[in-house]
Design a protein around this ligand. Structure first.
Ligand code: PAF
Length: 280
């Protein structure tokens, strides 16, 4: 497996692969890879001839108060995991390759990015869309794989792809959970054992909603009230939002439309910000 650090080198490689008629599958990540990421890499390997995993902790999607500096960086470990999962190339550029001195162009999706995460993290998706668009231009993928765990990110990227006429197929892989139900996330390592136990309430709240829908409840207010009640029983959890939304537009849903509606939760577990969701 080859590691590429520079933009011109990655662009030349992508051109060469395309000239050979190889289908390129991209898995954008910020590293600190867990089994959820490996599922994304395997999904890319099933569909593409050449799999490129990008590892780049993108400063543009972190607010100054967020965890950019403490975000785990473990390139050597990550590279071994990528190779074992079936990646062919790791593109791990230093910051100056992506944002050289004087960099000043950003992409803003102005609708899907506004609610939910967009309320408390107003510049987050501007950073995500900018770096993903750049990675698309650098790696020239035919398809790119993202995780359902970041439901709003998926919706924002799909909208950007449609609006800006990118010819990249977006593949969404299901959320991978720990055996106890906690959604896999690179930030789970910030949780202590006790915080982790309390964090399971997020998963319980989502699965309660799923069970209520299976039993015939489709009203958003009732589903949200029950999920909020479950979360409020945990001393250390502070709810940021519990919302039922359309999975493509992220607009509020008054009732569940099966397969189209998502319950999305964001909550502080002490100082750790967690998100999770379920398609109802
Ligand atoms: O989901 C992530 O890890 C990041 O938001 C992404 C898509 C790699 C962009 O930096």
């Amino acid at each position: 497996m080859q590691i590429i650090r520079s933009v011109p080198e990655m662009q030349a490689l992508a051109e060469a692969l395309r000239a050979q008629g190889q289908l390129i599958g991209l898995v954008p990540t910020m590293g600190a890879l867990h089994d959820g990421h490996l599922t994304l890499i395997r999904a890319a390997a099933e569909r593409a001839d050449a799999v490129v995993v990008t590892i780049f902790v993108n400063p543009a999607q972190f607010a100054p108060s967020e965890d950019f500096n403490k975000y785990p960086r473990e390139l050597e470990n990550d590279v071994a995991k990528c190779e074992a999962a079936g990646a062919d190339y790791v593109f791990a550029p230093p910051n100056e390759e992506i944002y050289p001195k004087g960099y000043s162009t950003y992409i803003t999706e102005e609708h899907v990015a506004k609610p939910l995460e967009g309320v408390s993290r107003p510049s987050h998706f501007r950073g995500v869309t900018t770096v993903v668009a750049k990675l698309f231009n650098i790696c020239r993928p035919d398809l790119a794989v993202f995780g359902q765990k970041d439901a709003q990110q998926v919706a924002v990227i799909r909208k950007m792809v449609a609006d800006l006429n990118f010819t990249v197929d977006i593949v969404v892989a299901p959320t991978l959970r720990e055996p106890d139900g906690l959604a896999m996330s690179s930030r789970n390592r910030y949780l202590s054992a006790t915080q982790r136990v309390e964090a399971l309430a997020i998963h319980r709240a989502l699965y309660k909603a799923r069970d209520m829908v299976a039993a015939g409840e489709i009203r958003s207010d009732r589903l949200v009230a029950e999920a909020t009640h479950i979360l409020s029983q945990q001393r250390r959890i502070r709810v940021i939002y519990v919302s039922l939304v359309n999975r493509s537009t992220m607009e509020p849903a008054r009732e569940v439309i099966p397969g189209e509606t998502v319950m999305a939760i964001a909550a502080w577990m002490d100082e750790v910000r967690l998100i999770d969701n379920i398609v109802l």
